[in-house]
Design a protein around this ligand. Structure first.
Ligand code: HEM
Length: 519
C-alpha cells in the first residue's frame, strides 16, 4: 500500500514534523510517520520525542534497539511514507537465498574467495536451491510455529515432499532410487553425505530449535529401522506415505525408568498364543514428534531379549505432550501402550536382535546432530558480530571492547574447528560402506558430537554475556540468543550424552591399540 504513495522529502522537511501529533523519523533514508503509532510504540512515547529522534535521522538509535525485521512487519511497513532526496537505503532487506557477507557467518566453502576440496559444483548449486527453499518456504513458518507451539504447517511438509526432501534427509541410499531429487538437480546415485550435510545445515538457519526437531527429526531416526530391517510388505505400506509427508513416524526407545539404558527397557511385547500378534504394554518418554506420529518404532523387552517393533497409532496407544525447554512444536511426548495388538509382521529385524537395529543408526543420528550444531554456532557468531557492530555503549560500538572481541574470537575458533572436523568425517563417510563407518567412525563421531556440544554451550554462554539482558529476553534484539541458550543442551543429551560419547571414542581407540606399543 505504502509503495504507491511514497514521496521524496528533504531532511529539513522531515525536521518540521517533531511534535507528538506530527511525528516523523528517518531510518536508513526512509521516512516513517509515527504520529498515529507513537502511543502504541512498545518502547514508549518519550524515546520518540527525544530531540535527537523526533524529526531526525534516528537510524543509529533504531538499530541499537530493534532488529531489522521489525520494519518488515506488515503493521509497521505502513508507517513508511517516503524517502530522503538524494539518499539511498543501505541496510537492505534480507534477500531469499542470499549468502551472508558477515565474516564467518558462512562456512569457508561458501565464502567468496575461499576454496574447499570437498564440495563439487553440484553441491554448490544444490546449496543455493536449498537455501532459497528454506528462506521462502520454511523460515516464517518456523518463527510462527515455535511461538504457537503447533507442529509445522502441512503445506511445508507437502512442499518438502515435492522435491523429495523427506527422502533426502535420510541420507544416501536405496530409498532415493526412482525419485526426482530437488527437481532433478542431483541424481539419486550421486546424492552423498555432503548433500545431506547441506540440507541439515540450511534447515537450522531458521534459528528455532523446536521447529528443527519438528522438521521430522522423528523420521530421521525412526524410519531407518523400517527401511533396513522391515519386511517388503511393511516397507511398501509405510515408507511411501512417510516420505510423502502425509504420515509421521518417531523412534520410541527411552523410558522414564530406564532412561537411555537400552538393555534396561521395561516395555514388554508378548506373543499371542497363535503367534500372529504381539501384545505391547509399557511407556516411553521424551519421544520427539510423538504427539503427531502415526507410527512408533518401539524398543520392547521380549522373551528372547530386546526386539524392535513398528506400532501403528490405534487402540491402546496414547501420547501426552511433555513440556521441554523448547516449544511444543517438536511434539515431544510421553507415550503409553496398553494391550496394543500388533501383527508379528511389524517386527523389525530379528526377534531378540533389537540392540543391533537400534545401534545401526546411532552414528548417522549423531553425525546429523553435529551438522546442525556446527551451523547453529555459526548463526550465533552472525548475531554477535552484527549486534556488537551496531550497538554502541559508552560512546563506542561494543566490538571496540577487547573483552567482547576475545569472546568472539573463541566462538569463531570453536565453530571453524567443529566444521572442519565435521567435513573431514563426512568425507570419510562418502568413501566408506555403512559397515566400515560403523567400525571406523563410531569413535570419531562420538568425539565430534561431544566436542561440538561443549563448544556450543561455551558459545551460548559467551553470546548471553555479549547481549546482556537481551540475551535472556524472548523478544527483540536477543531473541535468537535467548532461544539458543535455553535449548543448546538438547544436542548434548539427545543421541548420547557428552561424557558417554567422549568415553566411547577413547574406548574405541584403546581397542585398536597395537599390542606391542611401548614408550
Ligand atoms: C518505524 C519506527 C519504529 C517502530 C516500528 C518501532 C517498533 C518497536 C517495537 C516493535 C519494539 C518492541 C521490541 C522489539 O520487538 O524489537 C520497540 C521497542 C523499542 N523502541 Fe521502537 N520502534 C520504532 C522507532 C523507534 C525509535 C526511533 C526509537 C528511538 C530511540 C525507538 C525506541 C525503542 C525503545 C527504547 C524500545 C525498547 C527496547 C527494548 O526493550 O530493549 N523506537 N520498538
Amino acid at each position: 500500500m505504502a509503495a504507491t504513495t511514497l514521496k521524496e522529502f528533504t531532511l529539513e522537511e522531515v525536521a518540521q514534523h517533531n511534535t507528538p501529533d506530527d511525528l516523523w523519523v528517518v531510518i536508513d533514508a526512509k521516512v516513517y510517520n509515527l504520529s498515529r503509532f507513537k502511543d502504541l510504540h512498545p518502547g514508549g512515547l518519550a524515546v520518540l520525542l527525544d530531540e535527537e529522534v523526533a524529526g531526525q535521522d534516528a537510524t543509529e538509535a533504531f538499530y541499537g534497539l530493534h532488529r531489522h525485521e521489525v520494519l518488515e512487519r506488515p503493521q509497521y511497513k505502513r508507517l513508511h511514507i517516503g524517502t530522503i532526496q538524494g539518499q539511498k537505503s543501505v541496510l537492505y532487506d534480507q534477500v531469499a537465498g542470499e549468502i551472508s557477507q558477515v565474516p564467518y557467518a558462512e562456512p569457508t566453502w561458501l565464502t567468496p574467495g575461499y576454496f574447499s576440496p570437498y564440495y563439487s559444483d553440484n553441491h554448490r548449486g544444490f546449496q543455493k536451491v536449498v537455501r532459497r527453499f528454506v528462506d521462502e518456504v520454511m523460515y516464517d513458518d518456523a518463527q510462527a510455529r515455535e511461538e504457537d507451539g503447533k507442529r509445522p504447517s502441512q503445506h511445508v511438509f507437502d512442499k518438502m515432499a515435492e522435491i523429495n526432501m523427506h527422502a533426502m534427509r535420510l541420507g544416501p541410499g536405496k530409498h532415493l532410487q526412482g525419485r526426482t531429487l530437488m527437481g532433478g538437480l542431483v541424481k539419486p546415485e550421486e546424492f552423498d553425505y555432503f548433500h545431506e550435510l547441506i540440507i541439515t545445515q540450511e534447515l537450522v538457519r531458521c534459528g528455532q530449535r523446536g521447529y528443527g526437531d519438528a522438521m521430522l527429526g522423528g523420521k530421521v531416526i525412526g524410519l531407518p529401522p523400517v527401511l533396513n530391517f522391515g519386511s517388503e510388505e511393511l516397507k511398501a505400506k509405510v515408507v511411501p506415505e512417510v516420505l510423502a509427508g502425509k504420515k509421521f513416524i518417531c523412534l520410541a526407545i527411552s523410558e522414564a525408568m530406564a532412561g537411555s539404558d537400552v538393555m534396561g527397557l521395561q516395555t514388554t511385547a508378548k506373543l499371542t498364543e497363535d503367534g500372529k500378534e504381539w501384545i505391547i504394554n509399557g511407556s516411553k518418554k521424551w519421544i520427539t514428534n510423538a504427539t503427531f506420529a502415526d507410527y512408533f518404532t518401539v524398543g520392547c523387552k521380549t522373551d528372547d531379549g530386546l526386539t524392535v517393533i513398528l506400532v501403528e497409532r490405534g487402540p491402546g496407544v496414547e501420547t501426552r505432550q511433555i513440556k521441554t525447554s523448547y516449544s511444543t512444536t517438536a511434539g515431544t511426548a510421553y507415550v503409553t501402550f496398553d494391550d496394543v495388538h500388533v501383527p508379528v509382521g511389524n517386527t523389525l529385524g530379528q526377534v531378540g536382535g533389537g540392540i543391533f537395529v537400534i545401534l545401526s543408526n546411532f552414528n548417522h543420528e549423531r553425525w546429523v546432530m553435529c551438522c546442525s550444531s556446527a551451523r547453529c554456532q555459526r548463526s550465533i557468531i552472525d548475531e554477535c558480530l552484527k549486534w556488537t557492530s551496531q550497538r554502541k555503549a559508552f560512546g563506542k560500538p561494543l566490538i571496540s571492547q577487547p573483552v567482547i572481541r576475545s569472546r568472539i574470537a573463541g566462538m569463531i575458533a570453536r565453530t571453524e574447528s567443529v566444521q572442519s572436523w565435521l567435513e573431514n568425517i563426512t568425507y570419510q563417510m562418502t568413501h566408506m560402506t555403512y559397515k566400515q563407518q560403523a567400525e571406523k567412525l563410531a569413535g570419531p563421531i562420538g568425539f565430534l558430537k561431544s566436542y561440538s556440544t561443549q563448544c556450543a554451550q561455551d558459545t551460548a554462554r559467551d553470546a548471553v554475556q555479549i547481549f546482556g539482558g537481551r540475551g535472556i529476553t524472548q523478544t527483540g534484539m536477543g531473541r535468537f540468543i535467548e532461544h539458543y541458550y535455553r535449548t543448546v543442551t538438547f544436542d548434548s543429551l539427545l543421541g548420547g550424552a557428552e561424557d558417554v560419547l567422549a568415553d566411547l571414542g577413547v574406548r574405541q581407540a584403546i581397542r585398536s591399540m597395537p599390542k606391542n606399543a611401548r614408550l
